[in-house]
Design a protein around this ligand. Structure first.
Ligand SMILES: NC(=O)C1=CN([C@@H]2O[C@H](COP(=O)(O)OP(=O)(O)OC[C@H]3O[C@@H](n4cnc5c(N)ncnc54)[C@H](O)[C@@H]3O)[C@@H](O)[C@H]2O)C=CC1
Ligand SMILES: O=C([O-])CC(=O)C(=O)O
Length: 252
């Protein structure tokens, strides 16, 4: 059975812990020790107060559900300790220098870094962008004021530009745009809207290229404990963990 170390014990961490059974959570770490202890109580994992002790525990893969800064700080060490890694805070990988470091560390240690589809559909075939021309790659995201942590009395656009810029201002809200960019091999355009009339997280993907064109609209239920994070994002980690044990791989 797959043995997991959980880095980040907030909303997604708790959902993962509630689904343990097909995998085992061996160790947990959070910068807020009480959160790690909550998951220790649910799952029987050991909660560590220091990252350096956590990373030495006996598990195969770190599941990161913490923050962009946590990935920047800890991902190289995770790989150097011979563990695979699932990264939810994909925004950390916008910097090509850091991305190359992670790729080199993973190769050096024979490890893999997995980026789940997260809160969107359609990431699988977006990878054709690396072998065939895409002329349009746009994410239009609409979230509530609570999800974005800003006040708004009417719908308004709060960002228009490239994914690698947007993630700097909204590191908890547009990791999906960076996942799209990494899949397609080109920086996605992002339009971000705040709308007091919505209480769901809406992601619309507009893609055009030599293959033809597509439009995907995902109307996401927010997670119970964090309105910025769609429930689908947590489900997508669970499905990734599940398929790791299956020799038949579905989807590109
Ligand atoms: N790729 C995707 O599609 C999506 C990615 N996300 C990202 O996933 C991550 C987790 O999401 P949630 O569980 O909803 O967030 P959350 O805020 O509920 O939980 C994050 C937990 O990580 C801990 N943490 C943060 N930085 C840390 C550090 N440096 N070291 C140790 N612990 C640290 C926090 O104390 C907190 O307990 C966030 O970065 C979020 O933006 C969320 C939704 C979709
Ligand atoms: O969960 C979502 O809707 C998307 C999200 O927060 C992110 O990509 O960072």
């Amino acid at each position: 059975m797959l043995r997991i170390g959980l880095l980040g014990c907030g909303n997604i961490g708790h959902i993962i812990a509630r689904h343990a059974g097909r995998f085992t959570i061996v160790a947990v770490f959070d910068q807020v020790p009480d959160r790690a202890r909550e998951i220790e109580a649910i799952s029987g994992a050991t909660a560590y107060r220091e990252f350096d002790s956590f990373i030495q525990a006996g598990f195969d893969i770190v599941v990161e559900a913490a923050s962009v800064s946590a990935v920047k700080r800890h991902a190289p060490d995770v790989l150097a300790h011979g563990k695979d890694m699932v990264i939810m805070s994909v925004g950390a990988l916008t910097d090509p220098g850091f991305r190359n470091l992670i790729r080199a560390k993973a190769r050096e240690n024979g490890r893999k870094v997995y980026i789940p589809s997260g809160a969107i559909f359609g990431l699988d075939n977006l990878k054709i962008g690396r072998i065939s021309t895409l002329r349009k790659l746009l994410l239009r995201t609409t979230k509530s004021p609570a999800a974005l942590g800003i006040e708004a009395h009417e719908r308004r656009q709060i960002f228009a530009g490239k994914a690698n810029e947007c993630i700097k201002s909204f590191p908890k809200n547009v990791n999906v745009s960076v996942a799209m960019s990494l899949a397609a091999g080109m920086d996605a355009d992002v339009e971000l809207f705040v709308d007091p009339a919505v209480d769901q997280n809406v992601h619309e993907l507009f893609i055009e290229g030599d293959f033809g064109e597509t439009y995907v609209r995902v109307t996401n239920m927010p997670s119970p404990d964090n309105p910025a994070t769609s429930y689908l994002a947590a489900l997508s980690v669970l499905s990734l963990l599940e398929k790791m044990d299956d020799p038949i791989v579905v989807g590109t």
